[in-house]
Ligand binder design. Structure first.
Ligand code: GLA
Length: 642
């Protein structure tokens, strides 16, 4: 991942918020805690380039030298996340404009128009200057481009963005006729005679053309990726051997992370599960699995909260043990380190109440003791760095389909939300300790015993063709083509032959209404389906759909036409028998057992081994304390996958 050995440990370090006297204490305490990497200069543009083309490197030179002196590597930011005031005042057009036409004001962060050539030119100039300055600095271990793309600014509706959108459309369609065809502009009198007439989907009197909306989502993801790419190519040119990352935001609707990850060396993620939600460890496990799946290799938890965040309505702290447990959970799902936002708790600004590795109260706090303890744990676990994860189950996630599914105002029901659909399948698998990969519908899926597409609203002839194991397709799939046009003959379109069914009519259920089936209670959605050559596995019971098929099967291809609380009974895969709240995950021959419950839990180990956290040999039935974990290095050389 980087040249730093073992697992990475550290956090965002913002020394420019502190007098220099504090820096010496920072690095001394970092070393004491075992910190080996710090993310620096994320929001430092206005300090590094206080006037156009005039740089002030002195402070950052000293910070990097200090870090290096204490054996701490730098995940060095290109510092382009927030444009400086001089750039905004000289070129107000670098600030983004919202859908109602208001240009946003300076005074927060990450305010820039993704399509602004002026912003891009200045950002690339700074990235080049930073890279030239620090290319040979011994602390430099990784490049961190910008920060959380799409946070605060995912889209901009200014004239420059409109121009950029039109040129993106021109590349995609080649002509206005092709665009008219793709967008179905014969509907509601939207026929264009020139591409120049096309605008971004600003606030309109009524529902906006859904094909236009899907293209807008594609464009917005691509426009930011272009910006990232412009900085990356400068870094590649100057430091070809330094890995590049940008921090993702877990499962994010706005950016197609498959496309993005292909442009990165290291996938990194920022994850903030809510301590107030007792099930948050399940949803976060799903996003960790996505991060690992994006490159099918270890990734890095680049930001997490040591305790409370500062941006929810109510920011609940992590109770004792949770920070450690959640950190170990990221490792269990393939992260090669645990990093935090941030190192030292701020004294001012919007994040002054956000927790940190070194809290306001200093080294006498519970937080600092937690930091020290985690540092020790990570040293004990160093040997898991680089180990891989094998999964027999793939969950399909496709951004085009997601964008189509969640386009507002034109669907049979607005209640189908992709993250919830994914989670409905993922949670029961997770509860049985079954490793899961996320996958694209058009990649080689032949290595998986089970492939589940909870929903694939948008689908092509190539989708899911390579599945050789069991295939399970969820409702409202195979509905439209990539232009958001319904497939001829209706759903499930190109999946019809594979699944052996036809959908006669979608049957969304009103809020709070349920529908019985022989496979359990359905909610939110049902369908009137007709088997062609599929057998019926389960039927609807009672109501308008009484006796009609709810689940069908043609060979190994299943169609589930409704949403069930636990749809996994039909899967041909066995898991572990785990007590409630206990999570089990494997990386090669390391078995992670994590007890998220507040009571002790007993587990029977599948094989004897040594717990790397306590250095104790364990076998048979063991007890895991509340919010505690075991990382078992199994004695057997042959890993047994659940
Ligand atoms: C994100 C940002 C950080 C910080 C944290 C707070 O992860 O990247 O700069 O604001 O949120 O949780």
């Amino acid at each position: 991942m980087t040249r730093v050995r073992g697992l990475l440990f550290g956090g965002d370090y913002n020394p420019e918020q502190w007098p220099e006297e504090v820096w010496a204490e920072d690095v001394r305490l970092m070393a004491e805690a075992g910190v080996n990497m710090a993310t620096v200069a994320v929001f430092s543009w206005s300090r590094l380039e206080p006037r156009p083309g005039v740089y002030d490197w002195g402070w950052l030179d000293r910070v990097l030298d200090l870090l290096h002196e204490y054996g701490i590597a730098a995940d060095l930011a290109t510092a382009t996340a927030t444009p400086p005031p001089w750039l905004v005042r000289e070129h107000p057009e670098v600030m983004p404009v919202d859908a109602a036409g208001t240009r946003l004001e300076f005074g927060s962060r990450q305010g820039y128009c993704p399509s602004s050539p002026v912003f891009k030119q200045h950002a690339v100039r700074l990235a080049r200057a930073v890279a030239e300055r620090y290319k040979d600095h011994p602390a430099l271990a990784m490049w961190h481009i910008s920060n959380e793309y799409a946070d605060h600014t995912l889209e901009c509706f200014c004239p420059e963005s409109a121009r950029h959108f039109r040129s993106w459309l021109e590349k995609r369609y080649g002509s206005v006729d092709a665009l008219n065809q793709a967008w179905g502009t014969s509907c509601w009198g939207q026929h264009y005679t020139n591409l120049d007439q096309v605008e971004p989907p600003r606030k309109a009197p009524g529902p906006v053309n859904p094909s236009q909306l899907v293209d807008w989502r594609r464009f917005c993801s691509d426009a930011l990726l272009e910006l990232f790419g412009a900085e990356k190519s400068v870094l590649r040119e100057i430091t070809p051997d330094i890995p590049v990352t940008t921090n993702f935001m877990s499962i994010l609707h706005g950016l197609d992370y498959w496309k993005w990850a292909a442009e990165e060396d290291v996938v990194s993620d920022d994850a903030y599960p809510d301590p107030a939600d007792p099930e948050s460890h399940v949803a976060v496990a799903l996003s960790y699995d996505l991060m690992r799946s994006l490159k099918r290799k270890p990734w890095l938890l680049l930001e997490s909260a040591p305790s409370a965040v500062s941006w929810r309505e109510v920011n609940v702290p992590k109770p004792p043990g949770m920070m450690r447990l959640h950190s170990l959970q990221a490792l269990a799902h393939g992260s090669d380190g645990v990093m935090f936002f941030q190192w030292r708790q701020a004294h001012y600004g919007p994040e002054k109440f956000h927790s940190a590795m070194l809290p306001h109260g200093g080294t006498s706090t519970r937080g600092w003791q937690d930091t020290l303890r985690l540092g020790r744990d990570l040293r004990n676990l160093a040997e898991i760095a680089g180990t891989s994860t094998k999964a027999d189950v793939a969950l399909i996630l496709d951004w085009d389909s997601w964008w189509g599914l969640e386009a507002p105002e034109s669907m049979p029901s607005n209640r189908l939300r992709l993250k919830e659909l994914l989670l409905a399948w993922y949670a029961p698998l997770h509860a049985r300790g079954i490793n899961v990969d996320l996958a694209r519908p058009d990649e080689d899926l032949s290595g998986y015993r089970v492939v589940i597409a909870p929903n694939l609203y948008m689908c092509t002839a190539e989708s899911l063709r390579t599945v050789t194991g069991q295939l399970v397709v969820g409702p409202f799939s195979g509905v439209v083509d990539p232009n958001d046009h319904v497939h001829p003959g209706g759903a499930p379109g190109p999946l019809k032959t594979m699944l052996g069914i036809e959908v006669d009519e979608f049957w969304p259920l009103p809020d709070g209404v349920t529908q019985e089936t022989t496979a359990g209670i359905a909610h939110t959605w049902a369908e009137w389906i007709r088997p062609i050559d599929a057998e019926v596995v389960a039927t609807y019971q009672g109501g308008e759909l009484d006796g009609l098929p709810a689940i069908t099967r043609k060979g190994d291809a299943y169609y589930v036409s409704c949403l069930l609380d636990d749809p996994t009974a039909i899967l041909s895969i066995e898991g572990l028998d785990l007590p409630d709240g206990v999570e089990a995950t494997r990386r090669e021959n390391y078995l992670f057992l994590l007890n998220h419950a507040t009571t002790p839990k007993k587990v029977i180990l599948p094989t004897p081994g040594r717990d790397l956290l306590t250095q104790q040999d364990l076998e048979g039935e063991i007890e895991i304390a509340p919010r505690d974990a075991i990382v078992l290095k199994e004695s057997s050389d042959t890993p047994v996958y659940p």
